[in-house]
Design a protein around this ligand. Sequence first.
Ligand SMILES: Cc1cc2nc3c(=O)[nH]c(=O)nc-3n(C[C@H](O)[C@H](O)[C@H](O)COP(=O)(O)OP(=O)(O)OC[C@H]3O[C@@H](n4cnc5c(N)ncnc54)[C@H](O)[C@@H]3O)c2cc1C
Length: 413
Amino acid sequence: MRKILIVGGGAAGLMAARSAAISGGSDAQITILEHMEKCGRKIYITGKGRCNATNDCTRDEFLREVPRNPRFLYAALAALSPQRLMDDLEEMGCPVTVQRGRRVFPASEKASDVTRALTRDLERRGVQVQLHADVQHLLLDGDTCRGVRLASGHEIPADAVIVATGGLSASGTGSTGDGYRLAREAGHTVTPLRPSLSALESDETWMHELQGLSLQHVELSARTGKKTIYREEGEMLFTHFGISGPLVLELSSHLPDDPCESAIFLNLKPALTPEQLDARLLREIQGQERRQLGNLLCALLPSRFAAVFPSIIDLDPRKPAGELTREERHTLAGALQQLPLHVTGYRTIQEAIVTRGGVSVREINPSTMESRLVHGLYFAGEVMDVDAHTGGYNLHIAFSTGFLAGQHAVLGA
Ligand SMILES: Cc1cc2nc3c(=O)[nH]c(=O)nc-3n(C[C@H](O)[C@H](O)[C@H](O)COP(=O)(O)OP(=O)(O)OC[C@H]3O[C@@H](n4cnc5c(N)ncnc54)[C@H](O)[C@@H]3O)c2cc1C
């Protein structure tokens, strides 16, 4: 009987257990070791409780959403494509629905249904789950992994160990970064860990003053040197520390390790050409020459933003609109379409959606997810140095790499 231990019962660990149970049948004993009181705690909070489990796209479309190490995922996506995951979820009793941007959710829009479907399936397949089992060390015998040691000191032998401990984000769900320590113990390189899909901090007081203000249909762009690295329309939010919201999280995954190396711009009127915007400003001014600039801008911006906008570009908000020089009007129009947003850094990794960096994928065989350094040791999910944009891709990376790791760990190849 081949014994497989899976460290971590998140998306990657649950799927690893499922594929190991399917491939190993009655010849395998599969155990998930989970240090929390239940499995899949992070799944519950994904997609604002709705769980955007995958994206109904092709392999090439998927890989375009993976900014770092996309080629590492070829075999995992071949083993478990988004379409197969959707079929499998349906088969496990969790029907799915495809929504805007081909994002896939459980039809009930309840993340708990995904976890329930997976855990029930594992029960049916005889997978054992040990809760409150905190894995502290790997049992290493030269270049072979022979099991794990729990915090209690108890040692559990195994033929293969899959490390699926997640990253460092939202550690309250159990992902406390232990997998990085286990990987280092086994001689693996862990690339620098940073927040991704993260809000951005700024020291500009005007942003802090606008906290709570949400902007729809605006465009954010980012440039590093002369290269535009991001340009997208959507929704963003000012906060007490800077900026957040879907568009900002998405932008963050395109930015370099130090976001200050990029220049970020906000276009508040992306639907208008510069000429159309200038004509619009002229129209607003005509007949309202005595109106103060801060008031006049309410026709183009939310009132809170309109009140402070002129000062951001060194214009007096109380200045009568009719006294604006042509040059000042052009400065105003330019800023409405290309307002620099000076950011000073990411929010903490704890608050980010995913962790960028992790166990170096150069040291993991992409066809099997086995360590290239230690036999019998496998990795799956966010613990590895691979992350993606929003849209269901990160969970799919966890599910598909878990699937591949489980399949190969049980076969010992
Ligand atoms: C708020 C939020 C919303 C998100 N929404 C989405 C979304 O809608 N779609 C999407 O694609 N992605 C989303 N993500 C990202 C996605 O949830 C993760 O990328 C994914 O869950 C990673 O899966 P994983 O199995 O690798 O790690 P995790 O889900 O973090 O699981 C790791 C497991 O290992 C356990 N563990 C850790 N250390 C030990 C140890 N020493 N011993 C035993 N057990 C241990 C943990 O308790 C945990 O259960 C979201 C993330 C957050 C924070």
